[in-house]
Design a protein around this ligand. Structure first.
Ligand SMILES: [Zn+2]
Ligand SMILES: [Zn+2]
Length: 156
């Protein structure tokens, strides 16, 4: 997901809206995750860096922690990231603030993949639930209570 920003670099204050879509795969502690990502972003030349803002939507295969069924998890997050040009930092013409988090790019090409990956992974909940009112599995007979109605819990 690489964007050429040659035109943006011509003048401070220039903006461009972009739409990105694609798969981002990541190796995590819980195994390999593949997320289909769609992003509507705005790139702004602030003079110091390229500011990337906008909305990111993702979809990935997940397993419900309550009923253990497979489902498509939808993820949404906002993105707000600063990209500094490596060359400008190296020759010290531009210096990011001390506590500022930022990404680097070389020349006029920005690779947005890593920024999207970090934001979308951070937006995946630790406990994924297939639907807010998932009834889960019955702790006595083990049936999926979204699909089946058992009589185990009738006494309480
Ligand atoms: Zn569930
Ligand atoms: Zn039961």
């Amino acid at each position: 997901m690489i964007e050429d920003i040659k035109d943006l670099k011509k003048q401070i204050g220039l903006k461009r809206a972009i739409h990105l879509a694609g798969n981002i795969g990541t190796e995590t502690d819980d195994g390999y995750i593949n997320v289909y990502v769609e992003a509507d972003l705005e790139l702004t030349n602030t003079g110091r860096c390229i500011l990337v803002t906008g909305k990111v939507k993702g979809q990935t295969d997940s397993v419900c922690v309550r009923c253990l069924s497979d489902f498509k998890l939808n993820i949404e997050c906002d993105i707000n990231e600063h990209f500094y040009q490596t060359e400008e930092i190296t020759d010290r013409s531009i210096k990011p603030a001390k506590d500022e988090d930022y990404f680097l790019y070389k020349g006029t090409r920005i690779d947005l993949t890593e920024a999207l990956r970090q934001n979308i992974l951070a937006a995946i909940p630790l406990k994924t639930i297939c639907k807010p009112d998932c009834k889960g599995l019955c702790c006595s007979c083990g049936c999926n209570r979204n699909i089946q109605k058992c009589s185990c819990g009738e006494s309480d």
